[in-house]
Design a protein around this ligand. Structure first.
Ligand code: UDP
Ligand code: MG
Length: 324
């Protein structure tokens, strides 16, 4: 009977990649020696997130000479977190490490993460940045604000310097897979699971080639998804804004009545205009916040998958043996 080799894989390394043709050769040249050195079976799950460049064909070339490399092809660009989800769901290893394709996270740290998890029986090992000196000032400040807020919403165990470079045990991966969330923000969900965890610090390098795939618009999307997936606080803010403006209006009303009764005309065009605009803005903001939650309910009800796998080289038929 054929033995299922998948059950034997110790480590899966999941790498979401989108238009990373320039970074790929450097990635493979550092990742492969690091993984070959761990002395255990492994697979590399390269998730091609619908790249429009030569990422797919370069991956195929590498696969011909690197049997541990597996290519999961998404049918279209679905975003970093969805690509990560696809990779986690496709992985077989007893431990799964997720890492970016641009070598900002050093692959040389993977053996250390694995060793720490095995030695201390940890389910999660975070890659924690020792500094952010290679990020732009803007990225540092926005990230600082993001993590400050997230610690308040999710809890103290959200580490501010931990991104998506981390190791998960099979138990942790299965726990994540069981969550019904559609937009999975892993850097928050993982600490929220509450598994025993450890940290490995590393220096975050600059992107080796190509440019960031995270423009401001995607960063804002990630922030909104993060907030709405963990907290209904903005809805309460809407209530409080309503209550505050109600009392402010009441105060103004009393003031105007008193002024009217005492015969003082209240000159009011500007204040009237400002008040109307202010109330209008508050209402629009509140409607927008409501909309974000309604949108989440909408996608949750639709139950559509966040990604589609076009092909997976692990399930592709084995290459035909060469004829003698
Ligand atoms: N990525 C992806 N799909 C996307 C955008 C990004 O798979 O739609 C991948 C990208 O190839 C990289 C990782 O996600 O491996 C992190 O992206 P990037 O390095 O551009 O983000 P940054 O480090 O600038 O925050
Ligand atoms: Mg990067």
């Amino acid at each position: 009977m054929a033995v299922d080799l998948r059950a034997e894989i110790t480590l899966s390394v999941v790498i979401p990649m989108y238009n990373e043709e320039d970074a790929l050769p450097a990635l493979v040249s550092r990742l492969r020696p690091a993984l070959d050195g761990i002395g255990a079976s492994y697979e590399v799950v390269a998730v091609d997130d619908g790249s429009a460049d030569r990422t797919a064909s370069i991956l195929d070339d590498f696969r011909a000479e690197w049997p541990e490399l597996r290519v999961v092809q998404l049918r279209r660009n679905s975003g970093h977190q969805a690509a990560l989800t696809a990779g986690l769901h496709s992985s077989f290893g007893r431990y799964v490490v997720s890492i970016d394709a641009d070598l900002q996270d050093p692959p040389e740290k993977i053996p250390e993460m694995l060793e720490l998890a095995q030695r201390q029986k940890l389910d999660i090992v975070y890659g924690v940045r020792s500094d952010r000196s290679t990020d732009t000032g803007f990225k540092r400040r926005t990230a600082g604000a993001y993590y400050w807020l997230m610690r308040r919403l999710v809890g103290k165990n959200v580490t501010s310097q931990a991104g998506d470079f981390r190791l998960l045990s099979r138990d942790a991966v299965e726990a994540l897979k069981a969550l019904p969330d559609q937009q999975q923000v892993y850097r928050l969900l993982v600490p929220w699971l509450g598994f025993p965890s450890g940290e490995v610090t590393y220096h975050r390098d600059e992107r080796v080639a190509g440019e960031t795939k995270y423009p401001l618009s995607k960063m804002i999307r990630l922030a909104i998804d993060s907030i709405t997936s963990f907290s209904a606080a903005p809805l309460r803010i809407a209530t409080w804004l309503g209550i505050i403006s109600f009392f402010a209006c009441l105060g103004l009303l009393v003031f105007s009545l008193v002024a009217f009764v005492s015969g003082v005309a209240v000159p009011g065009w500007t204040s009237l205009f400002v008040a109307v605009l202010f109330i209008g803005a508050v209402q629009l903001i509140c409607a927008g916040m409501l909309g974000e939650y309604v949108g989440r309910i909408y996608t949750a009800v639709q139950q559509r998958p966040t990604y589609f796998i076009g092909s997976d080289s692990a399930s592709a038929p084995a290459p035909a043996p060469a004829k003698a």
